[in-house]
Write a protein that binds this ligand. Structure first.
Ligand SMILES: CC(C)(COP(=O)(O)OP(=O)(O)OC[C@H]1O[C@@H](n2cnc3c(N)ncnc32)[C@H](O)[C@@H]1O)[C@@H](O)C(=O)NCCC(=O)NCCS
Ligand SMILES: Nc1ncnc2c1ncn2[C@@H]1O[C@H](COP(=O)(O)OP(=O)(O)OP(=O)(O)O)[C@@H](O)[C@H]1O
Length: 275
């Protein structure tokens, strides 16, 4: 049976993001960036493996009729852990989409819920779904802390979880309006939107790889400089982006979190006919 529109747009969003080129440090069709263990084909395999997961998230969102939306998030989470395993089976053990399984799964569930409850707003629904998430996940010590858990202890940054609990303000207030107003080819619009996200995000993948939080301000300044030069539609912008890609690869930097935020932005843009 063909997947529904929501699920198709989720998979499409993953494929649009990896196709966008050239992204600094990230995997795209001509360059795996700072990710030597994967390439665009790994991302295609990973994206298609996640279709049953998005179908689940969509059905769960569509069927949910309770009064406490945290219960919807609690339904998605164990299925998300299974989806991580399915991704790793499809990629022979490589983490291509861990962050996207988390954030896009939330968006798919929320969007399906909103389609059944059209008086509600998707970002407000996400805020209700993820209420208390940072305290719940990061408020206790863990035996084998992840990068996100370590950064919470060291810098007080809540990473992907804090972004979800706040209802993704970077997407609602910055990325989606920016993409809606953007012009040019799809690739130019998506590159500019990625860099717009990078002017504001505190990306836990970047912090982990740099081993320092000061990298955040540096990366935000680089992204702003690219946009100030005229972005993807300008020769100066594209020349600067090529230099930035070299710097990212030399330093083994990656904007994995920004890529995930772009993926969810693309998903909503497809849902709303902006792309
Ligand atoms: C919260 C998640 C992303 C794990 O976080 P973790 O502490 O392992 O890592 P970390 O915080 O560094 O981020 C993981 C990924 O999130 C993305 N990310 C990084 N920064 C950001 C940001 N500011 N905003 C959004 N996404 C980001 C990146 O892709 C990164 O690789 C999720 O995988 C999770 O909940 N894992 C626990 C198991 C689980 O419940 N899985 C199912 C989720 S539905
Ligand atoms: N096009 C892309 N290229 C690379 N990473 C991406 C891309 N799109 C999204 N990401 C995100 O970046 C994350 C991968 O980052 P990273 O490779 O640092 O994680 P890791 O495999 O846990 O760490 P390491 O490679 O240091 O062992 C994934 O969770 C994924 O969600």
């Amino acid at each position: 049976m063909a997947a529904s529109t929501i699920t198709q747009n989720a998979v499409k969003a993953l494929l649009y993001e990896v196709t966008t080129c050239p992204k600094p440090g990230l995997v795209d069709p001509v360059d795996p960036g700072s990710h030597k263990d994967m390439d665009v084909f790994t991302f295609i395999d990973s994206s298609l493996s996640l279709e049953p997961y998005f179908t689940f998230c969509e059905q769960a969102g569509s069927a949910f009729n309770g009064s406490d939306l945290r219960e919807l998030f609690e339904k998605l989470r164990p299925r998300g852990i299974q989806a991580e395993k399915e991704m790793l089976a499809a990629t022979h053990g490589i983490n291509t989409h861990k962050g996207a399984i988390f954030s896009l799964g939330i968006f798919v569930g929320a969007e399906a819920y909103v389609q059944k409850h059209p008086d509600q707003d998707v970002f407000a629904v996400i805020r209700q779904m993820c209420r208390g998430l940072v305290k719940h996940d990061l408020g206790k010590a863990s035996a084998a802390p992840t990068a996100g858990e370590k950064q919470y202890r060291k810098y007080g940054l809540g990473g992907a979880r804090a972004m979800a609990e706040a209802g993704y303000p970077i997407i609602e207030d910055v990325a989606l309006p920016f993409l809606a107003k953007s012009t040019g080819t799809t690739n130019q619009r998506l590159l500019d939107t990625l860099m717009k996200i990078a002017t504001q995000a505190a990306d836990s993948t970047l912090i982990k790889r740099a081993g320092s939080v000061t990298v955040v301000k540096w990366a935000q300044e680089q992204a702003q400089h690219f946009l100030d030069l005229g972005g993807a539609k300008s020769q100066a912008g594209m020349a600067f982006l090529a230099e930035l890609n070299v710097t990212f690869k030399e330093k083994n930097y990656s904007l994995g979190g920004c890529a995930d935020l772009l993926i969810s932005t693309i998903f909503l843009a497809l849902e709303r006919g902006i792309l």
